[in-house]
Design a protein around this ligand. Sequence first.
Ligand SMILES: C[S@@+](CC[C@H](N)C(=O)[O-])C[C@H]1O[C@@H](n2cnc3c(N)ncnc32)[C@H](O)[C@@H]1O
Length: 276
Amino acid sequence: MKVKQLLKDVTLKLSILEIDNAARDARILVAHALGIPKSQLSLNTNDNVSEETKSSLEKLISRRINREPIAKILGKRQFWGRTFFINEDVLDPRGDTETLINYVIDRPVRSVLDLGTGSGVIAISLACEWKEVHVLATDISEAALFVAQENAKYFNVQDKIDFLKSDWFEAIEGKFDLIISNPPYIGLSEISEISQEVLNYDPDVALFAGGDGLEAYEQIIPYLPKFLKPGGIVVLEIGASQGESVKTLMNSSGLSEVKTLKDLARKDRLVTAKFH
Ligand SMILES: C[S@@+](CC[C@H](N)C(=O)[O-])C[C@H]1O[C@@H](n2cnc3c(N)ncnc32)[C@H](O)[C@@H]1O
């Protein structure tokens, strides 16, 4: 069988099973099984496909049919211009989270605390972009911390980041110029609106935060003044409808200059504040 026929067959199979973007996914999976970049596929359409490639492709297709996201199947995700290793133990990093980086990138500081680092995308992006920074990256999940450490080694920033298992601030000491976090913020009441891709392949601990999705903010925000240096800032990712609630929590914790910021889709995505 030639590559072009294989592409048609895989596209058909995925579309019959109502996988969105079947043609795009087919190209990605076929290229992955062939071990070539997707952009090279059109040069190889008349090549014969080996039995070995076909059988590894079958395994990839059945994972996609089980609604596993492409990024989890490939084990990698692009974030802020870099390709990160990901697996079943971490949240598949979202484009929305680049809003956090975009906001802080031109305000470099020396000390950063990244709460709930997951695959490490926030901590590592800042360590790569800022020359003189030290980041403490924490998570409650040891398995996630392992992934983040592998990514830090890959990008050669392991000397700029300490990794620590901690239930939010429990094991943390010291004060920071910047506290940044994309905590879990989905309410259990929203579970029926979540796709199978997310529900079955992102860890629950990375998604859910109590009945209304505000639990992590309620646990984090009261402690911010204790862990921020004077003049330090906090930047938290939020769900689009959570701006007012999170702002109220920030104001009642004694933080100032509390504001929400929008993402590229013009939805509330960040709450920031300062500690004086
Ligand atoms: C939404 S994910 C964000 C992961 C990563 N920072 C990103 O933006 O892709 C939330 C992270 O918070 C971690 N987490 C959840 N509860 C926690 C807790 N009580 N203490 C520390 N980390 C926690 C999860 O394990 C997960 O890695």
